[in-house]
Ligand binder design. Sequence first.
Ligand SMILES: [Fe+2]
Length: 281
Amino acid sequence: MADDLVQFEKAGDEAQVEPGPGDTAAGSAPNATALISDIHANLEALTTVLADIEKRGISRILCLGDIIGYGPDPCACIDLVAQKCEWALMGNHDFAVLYEPTSFNPSAESAAFWTRQQFELEKDPVARRKRWEYLGNLKIRERIGNALYVHASPRRPINEYIFPDDVITAPSKMAQIFDRIEHRCFVGHTHVAGVFTDEPDFYPPADLDGTYHFSEREKCIINPGSVGQPRDRDPRASYAVLFPDRVEFVRIAYDIQAVIDKVKKIDDLSDFLGLRLLEGR
Ligand SMILES: [Fe+2]
């Protein structure tokens, strides 16, 4: 497994060496917005992604939810998102920690209760209250111009999955979802990066050479993928950079083994939550 990790990291390093269309030599990208989602308390992935965003000169960052749940560093991740992001949305795991985990599998439920405990164990009452307030004030949806931002779907903004297979197996579901979108919608939740169009169709970033150009004739749903728990068989952290005319998808390697080691030391977090990161599933 250690060899696999090295291989993935090399692959990620190479991917970052190649300058992409979104790279900025001047170190300032005023028209760019970074979209991050599904961090899931993975501090190593989050800090790596934030450093990459800073390197590109991007100062505006939006978070599509699921800051916490599954991973070993919920407090640090909430604090960083609160500090770095213009706003963040409420994900189902954020909701579960704040209220109740419903329809969660046993390892996700256990992680939610453990996460809540970490918030409660904070000795500084001001820091403790600030975190709970931040979690409680996460937005359910945001609308900017003709773009809608939700964690999951326009119909059920916290919980409904929009899977790539839905374009084939559930076209009426996709039609109903697109009916609620004026032009563009940005979602997370599935941990699978890509673009849905209103054909309906789904394009993973590899099919788009990493960039999707907006079209006035085509509605789209963009998923930037997951920072902290990708599930598209690519273990590198995933996020997207939004420009007025396009969105660019980014993958970046991070220290997965450090996260696995932390998860293993925490009894209430299943070892699987760490090991799955190696395979990006
Ligand atoms: Fe998630």
